[in-house]
Each structure stands twice: as structure tokens, then as C-alpha cells.
Write a protein that binds this ligand. Structure first.
Ligand code: MN
Length: 452
């Protein structure tokens, strides 16, 4: 019995500590916690989830983000998974004293999913050497635990930044089902991205990428990850200051990094509208038509009206399916104007079209107030905002793909569900990249405004 030691050490009739039960549900992300434990002597209990329990070490001195600081860590009995949330007072007896949560979050090993990370942790425990990446509030980044000669004694230390990187054991768990109903696997997703790499990469290159991970597929847990703390040497990141902290954004510049992202469970790709060398100047304007409860035929009607208006002022525009429920319309800007200027122009277009079609469109940001009208969203034109890239798969039924369209295809027959992981490559081979021009020479905004 895995938790027998835990059980035998304490009187759970007296202590409010969690019962000795194993975590039932597997999968998702792995938890870690560090509890500040004011027992006979103050110490910090580091616990890492593995095998449905928390592998535990008592660290006599506060863990440190300073890579030159090594802390003794005494391995103690496995604790139940629910111990990760425990705080309060342990009454007289084993471990008597106050317990606070000092830090908590998730962890993985080399960016691998929960299953693979857990395997590495268990192998490392046997070997007496393990490393893991903590995503906590206080502790972030890679840590090592190295076993000393004496059985239970380990050293805990932070990995030096900028040192050599472990090469990721790339492409893992390819058989994992990502779309249960359609029986589409993670391997299918990776094959799709590999096959469309030459078309999608120009739309991702040099753009900070907001990662949304679905390590268990579209029905499983999902989380955003902006900062990439631990990655193999071939991965490039771009540091940006955000609220006093530095966030290292992934840059997807080649097929390897594209597959690296997909292997992390990033089904969708969400790049910035601007590139790192001209970060404050977007390459395009996006109008996002979001129907929620409105009929899709109204989305089509509004899109056509936008097209008509833009044609009249000689502004080229490019539609694509969002892959979800609506359409995106892009106007090339060529990194010549600020986000503010881009957004103001988008707002003007949205207002004009709304004036023309007030019964089916809305500029109302509150979903409740939109009713059954299509929202013309121009608010996405901000630094750091993202939408799904062209050719990005969506974490939605049928494994839909955000697919560039010809304007003549924006008609009553258009169905978003018709563009999927299964047929977009054939379409690309036939039509080429209909979105290439979005990255071309931008419009002259002043002239366009005058015409408007
Ligand atoms: Mn303790």
C-alpha cells in the first residue's frame, strides 16, 4: 500500500490532515506544492505529484531561485494527492505545528506532457537524479534534485539560466486521441502541421506566440502559457517585460519549432499581429465577426458588406474562416502604422457597416446585450492580442482549420465545418496561400481614410 507509511505516522482521527487515499483521475497537469511547516523546527516541504501521490522532501532552509544556493532536502514518506491543498494546524503528535502554503503550481519535465513527465520523475527517483520545471508563483524554472550518499538525503538546486539545454525527447504520445469523436490523434495533428509548414510558417515567423496548451486533447484540461521557461536549445524565445516580470515568448520560425509547439499540445497557434522588429506596428488589421447565437447567414451578409465598403475605397481585404463559428477579415498594413491607428480604422469600418446593417450587426461588447446579432469585433487590434493564425487547427469538433477563402466563397453555401485537418492541404496545393498578400505591402491608411 503506497500510503501506508503516511497512515502509520499520524492519527488521522485527531489531525485534520487529508485521508490516505490515492488520486483517482489521471492525466491533465502535474501539481507541485511547497508547504511552510512550523514544526519543532521550521522547514519547507516540497511535494511533486507522481503515481497519484505526492513525492515529498523536507527542506530545512527556504528554497531559492539563486542557482548558486544548494539546499539539503530529506526525502520523506509519500503524501496523498489532496495534501497539496492542506494548510492549518497539525495538533500534537507527528509534525505538530502550523502549515502554510508557501508556493504551488504545476510542473513538467522538459515541456513533456503529464504522462511522460511522470515517467521521467519516477526514473529519476530510482537513479537518484531528477530535474523538473516548476511553474509556481515564487519558484519558476528548472530545478534539480540530486541524491547524496546517505539514503534519504538529496540536494535541491535551481538550474543555471542560459546553460546547455537538454534536448527534448521531441514528438511524444503520438497515439493519444485528441479528438475523441472523430478519432483524430496527436500524431495526426503533428502530421498536419508538418504538411502545411511551408504555408503557415510565414504567418508565424518573428511573432511572439501565445501558447494555449491542450495536453489531453480538446476535451481535456487547457491552460495558457506565455512564458517558456524550459526548452531545448533549438527553440528561440523573445523576452518581453510584463508587469515587472520578463515573459519569454516562443518564436515559431521553422518546422522544428512548429512541431515542438504542437507536441506541447498547442492545437491552436496564436501569433501576435506584429513582428519582434516592429513590435508596435501590426502587419494587418483584423475584423472578427463573432455570431454567438446569430445565424451564420448574417455573418456572411456582414462580411460581404465589409468587402463592398473596402472595395469602394480601394482597400484590399482577405477573409478566412475562424475555424470556430465566425469569420476573420484581414487588411494588410505592412507594419507602417501603430496599433492605435489600425484600431481606429477598424472601428470606422465597423461603425459604417453597423449603420448599414443595424438589425443584424452590433458593436456591443457585452455578450448579454448583443442578443442575436453578429458582433463586429475591432478590439483585437492591440499589442499582445491574438487570434488563430491562418491554417491553425482549432480545438473544436471536426478538427476545423482557420482557412483563408476567396471572396466568392463567402456566400450562402459556406460552412466552416467543411475546412478541416483532413482537406486543407489539398486546398493549399490547388489554390496556394490565399493569405500571402496579407503579409505584403500594406495599404495607405491616409488615402483610405480620405476616400472613406
Ligand atoms: Mn513537514
Amino acid at each position: 500500500m503506497k500510503l501506508s507509511k503516511y497512515k502509520s505516522k499520524r492519527n488521522l482521527k485527531v489531525s485534520k490532515e487529508p485521508k490516505a487515499v490515492l488520486k483517482k483521475k489521471k492525466g491533465g497537469v502535474l501539481a507541485f506544492v511547497i508547504q511552510e511547516h512550523h514544526a519543532r523546527s521550521l522547514h519547507y516541504d516540497l511535494r511533486l505529484e507522481a503515481e497519484g501521490v505526492l513525492k515529498s522532501w523536507a527542506v530545512p532552509k527556504e528554497p531559492s531561485m539563486d542557482a548558486s544556493v544548494k539546499r539539503l532536502a530529506i526525502q520523506v514518506e509519500d503524501h496523498p494527492y489532496s495534501y497539496k491543498d492542506f494548510k492549518g494546524v497539525i495538533p500534537s503528535g507527528y509534525g505538530a505545528g502550523k502549515v502554510y502554503i508557501w508556493d504551488k503550481g504545476t510542473y513538467d519535465v522538459e515541456g513533456l506532457d503529464a504522462e511522460e513527465s511522470e515517467k521521467k520523475i519516477l526514473a529519476g527517483l530510482k537513479k537518484g537524479s531528477l530535474h523538473f520545471t516548476l511553474y509556481g508563483k515564487k519558484l519558476k524554472g528548472i530545478f534539480h534534485l540530486i541524491r547524496l550518499k546517505s539514503k534519504n538525503q538529496w540536494l535541491l538546486m535551481k538550474k543555471k539560466e542560459g546553460g546547455e539545454n537538454k534536448s527534448a525527447s521531441f514528438l511524444t504520445n503520438l497515439e493519444k486521441i485528441y479528438w475523441p469523436k472523430e478519432k483524430i490523434t496527436k500524431g495526426d495533428l503533428l502530421r498536419y502541421y508538418s504538411s502545411v509548414a511551408r504555408y503557415i510558417l510565414p504567418h508565424l515567423k518573428d511573432r511572439p506566440e501565445s501558447l494555449r496548451r491542450y495536453p489531453e486533447g480538446i476535451k481535456g484540461i487547457t491552460f495558457f502559457q506565455k512564458n517558456l521557461a524550459d526548452h531545448p536549445a533549438f527553440i528561440k524565445t523573445y523576452p518581453m517585460k510584463s508587469g515587472g516580470k520578463t515573459v519569454n515568448y516562443l518564436l515559431i520560425d521553422n518546422e522544428e519549432s512548429l512541431l515542438y509547439a504542437a507536441n506541447l499540445g498547442c492545437i491552436e497557434l496564436h501569433p501576435f499581429f506584429s513582428r519582434v522588429k516592429s513590435l508596435n506596428k501590426p502587419d494587418y488589421i483584423i475584423l472578427d465577426l463573432d455570431p454567438k447565437k446569430a445565424p451564420f447567414s448574417n455573418v456572411v451578409e456582414i462580411a460581404k458588406e465589409i468587402h463592398k465598403l473596402l472595395e469602394a475605397i480601394k482597400v484590399p481585404s482577405y477573409p478566412k474562416t475562424s475555424g470556430g463559428t465566425g469569420l476573420h477579415i484581414a487588411i494588410p498594413l505592412g507594419a507602417k502604422y501603430s496599433y492605435e491607428e489600425a484600431k481606429r480604422f477598424a472601428e470606422l469600418i465597423a461603425m459604417k457597416v453597423h449603420e448599414k446593417l443595424p438589425k443584424i450587426s452590433t458593436l456591443e461588447r457585452s455578450i448579454a446585450k448583443r442578443g442575436k446579432k453578429v458582433y463586429i469585433d475591432y478590439h483585437q487590434n492591440n499589442l499582445g492580442q491574438t487570434i488563430a493564425a491562418p491554417y491553425s487547427v482549432r480545438a473544436r469538433p471536426y478538427a476545423t482549420v482557420s482557412t483563408p477563402l476567396l471572396w466568392k466563397e463567402v456566400n450562402g453555401k459556406l460552412k466552416i465545418q467543411n475546412y478541416t485537418i483532413k482537406n486543407v492541404l489539398a486546398r493549399l496545393k490547388k489554390l496556394g496561400d490565399l493569405y500571402a498578400k496579407v503579409l505584403g505591402k500594406g495599404i495607405d491608411l491616409k488615402k483610405a481614410l480620405k476616400r472613406l
